[in-house]
Structure formats: structure tokens, C-alpha cells
Design a protein around this ligand. Structure first.
Ligand code: GFB
Length: 326
């Protein structure tokens, strides 16, 4: 794992051997948190600690402190975040930096202070420089300027990685970070403007099919490349890292497969069964041209993704049809 890892603390706590442990999944109603809860439940974990936003506002330091003081979770997975697609990131920079810094700072610090054995913090592939070498290795972090459309979110997530590293170095505390690539799956946000490309296109193609529309508008030029990972694969990787990894360095979590936005749109059209045309709106930003992550470090520990993009899209569309009314 590189020279930095001389600071690694090898975990003496097996995560999987201890299914009655108190595990706090922060953000359990979102795309990522709900997938982690499904996975942990399937694995037989019996003591998950879950709080809705109404029950516990993670941006409020004193509430978070009181929650950790009373519950004292043994394992913590930080899947709570203010997230969104390129338009939301570009439109609400203050929310993206402030809310994410507040949530992660409160949760990481309180988890440490109240005796959690291990914490996993989740970030995003947008932490890397806009023109990072491809595929992007972990050590490309902080080597160049960020993509401007999401630098506020990226700065917050970089601070989260660094906070985990700092607590590991100063306190020898077992905090690790995983950086997933672009995710999708059940419980995604299908908002027409603020969501990520995959749920946005699924909804737009579906609504166009229902209305028998002749065209669907897709943002940008279609040329950017993106790597997509089904959220069930991420949940599997989270459990794998909780069990097997205790290093200083954050780890990339990707599928290793990339497609252009045009290819994604064509595939989505096929999965949804829309028969009209695509119209490209080049007034909308493309964002970063390419962000394929190098996930070979995680692979070398023995983890591989399982869900293909085509199967994952079909599975997500099935979920969307069952839940569209909500
Ligand atoms: O998914 P997306 O918003 O996120 O956009 P990023 C990916 C690409 O899809 C861009 C294009 O080139 C968009 O222009 N696109 C085409 C669309 N049609 C649409 C559409 O209807 N909606 C959306 N949203 N995009 C985000 C970051 O970047 O990735 C976040 O802003 C986060 O911070 C996330 O890191 C994973 O991949 O560009």
C-alpha cells in the first residue's frame, strides 16, 4: 500500500465475526446507506443503529455528541452526505461544502470520542484533479486543480479523508476511507435537475415513453467518459473493507468499466424501451472529461465487482417502475 502505510494499525476487531455488534450506518435512507443496510441485514447483523434525518440531524454537533454518548456504536459507516449531480453541485456550492463538512466532522469526531472500534468514511471520485492520470491511482490526490463544477463537494470529501488519516496518526484509531466511482441503483434520487446522470436519464426516458414523445434532451456533448458501479457492489466492498482493510491510505472502489455519456444514453434508451431520438443540449456543462479510477489496490486485497452495467440498469429500472409513484 505504499510507504504511507507504515502508519497503518492492523485491526484486531473482526467485523464479520461479531454480528451482534452495534453498527451505526449514518445516512441509511439514501442510495448508499440503504444498500449497506440491505447487505448487513442479509449477512445477519442484528444490531444496526439507524436514525432518520428527523430523528437526528447530523449537522448539529451537540445532537450528534449526545447520540454517540448514549448509543456508543462499535462500528460506524459514514454514508450520510449532501449529494447531487453536476447541476446541483454547481448551483448550491455553499450547501455542498458546509453540510458535508459538518456531517463528517461531527460523526468522525464523536465516533472516536465515544469509543467506536472502527469507522469507514465514504467519499467520491471527484476528489481527484480534473486532469489526473487515467485510470486514477489513489496517490493522484492533491496533485492538481479540481473540476470546478464540484470543487466544493470535493474539498469537503478530501477533508474527510484527511480527518480519518489524522485521527489514525495521532490517536492510532482505526478510521479508513473508500472512494466510490459514480454510483447508481435502488433508492437513488430521480430529481429531474439535481440528480446524477443515470437516474435523470432513466426518469426522462421513462416519462418520454409514457407520453409517446418523439425526443429526449440529454445534457452536454455526450463525449465525457464515466465509470459506473452498482450500489450493491459498493455495499459488498464496504463490508469487505470493514473486515480486511486498516490502512492509512483511502481506497478507490470502481467497476473498472467506463462508457461515454452517449453510450449510457443509448443503453438507457434500450433498457427503458424508448423509441424516439436523442437531442444534445450543449449549453449544459460536460464536467470532467474522464474519471476512471484505478481500483487495483482493492482488487489486490481480493475484492471484485459483480454487477454489469446492463444488468444493473435493468435491475434499477425494475425498482423504479415499482416505486415511481412514491
Ligand atoms: O452524473 P453527473 O451529474 O455527474 O453528470 P458528474 C455526468 C455527465 O452526464 C455530465 C451528463 O457530462 C453531464 O453533462 N448528463 C447528460 C447529465 N444528461 C444529464 C442529465 O440529465 N443530468 C445530469 N446530472 N447529467 C458528479 C459530481 O459529477 O459526480 C459530484 O458533481 C459527484 O460531486 C458525482 O462526485 C459522483 O460525474 O459530472
Amino acid at each position: 500500500m505504499g510507504s504511507q502505510d507504515s502508519n497503518a494499525v492492523l485491526s484486531s476487531n473482526s467485523f464479520l465475526a461479531y454480528k451482534s455488534a452495534k453498527v451505526f450506518v449514518a445516512g441509511h435512507r439514501g442510495l448508499v446507506g440503504s444498500a449497506i443496510v440491505r447487505k448487513l441485514t442479509q449477512l445477519g447483523f442484528t444490531n444496526l443503529i439507524l436514525r432518520s434525518h428527523a430523528e437526528l440531524d447530523l449537522t448539529r454537533q451537540s445532537d450528534v455528541e449526545a447520540f454517540f454518548a448514549s448509543e456508543k456504536p462499535e462500528f460506524v459507516i459514514v454514508a450520510a452526505a449532501k449529494v447531487g449531480g453536476i447541476h446541483a453541485n454547481n448551483t448550491y456550492p455553499a450547501d455542498f461544502i458546509a453540510i458535508n463538512l459538518q456531517i463528517q466532522t461531527n460523526v468522525i469526531d464523536s465516533a472516536y470520542r465515544h469509543g467506536a472500534k472502527k469507522l469507514l468514511f465514504l467519499g467520491s471520485s471527484c476528489i481527484y484533479p480534473k486532469f489526473a492520470p487515467q485510470p486514477i491511482p489513489e496517490d493522484a490526490l492533491l496533485t492538481g486543480p479540481l473540476e470546478p463544477t464540484n470543487e466544493w463537494y470535493a474539498i469537503a470529501k478530501i477533508a474527510g479523508i484527511k480527518m480519518c488519516q489524522a485521527y489514525r496518526i495521532q490517536y492510532k484509531w482505526d478510521a479508513i476511507s473508500g472512494m466510490p466511482t459514480n454510483l447508481y441503483g435502488p433508492n437513488d434520487n430521480f430529481h429531474p435537475e439535481n440528480s446524477h446522470v443515470l437516474p435523470a436519464l432513466m426518469r426522462r426516458f421513462h416519462e418520454a415513453k409514457v407520453k409517446c414523445a418523439k425526443e429526449v434532451v440529454v445534457w452536454g456533448t455526450g463525449s465525457p467518459l464515466r465509470e459506473f458501479l452498482h450500489v450493491d457492489d459498493l455495499a459488498d466492498a464496504v463490508v469487505f473493507m470493514m473486515e480486511k482493510y486498516s490502512g492509512l491510505e483511502h481506497l478507490n472502489v470502481g467497476s473498472g468499466k467506463e462508457v461515454t455519456i452517449k453510450e449510457l444514453a443509448e443503453l438507457m434508451k434500450e433498457v427503458v424501451g424508448f423509441e424516439g431520438d436523442l437531442v444534445w443540449d450543449s449549453t449544459k456543462p460536460d464536467g470532467t472529461p474522464r474519471k476512471l479510477m484505478d481500483s487495483s489496490k482493492l482488487a489486490s486485497l481480493g475484492w471484485t465487482p459483480k454487477v454489469s452495467l446492463k444488468d444493473g440498469l435493468a435491475d434499477t429500472y425494475k425498482w423504479y417502475l415499482e416505486n415511481v409513484k412514491q
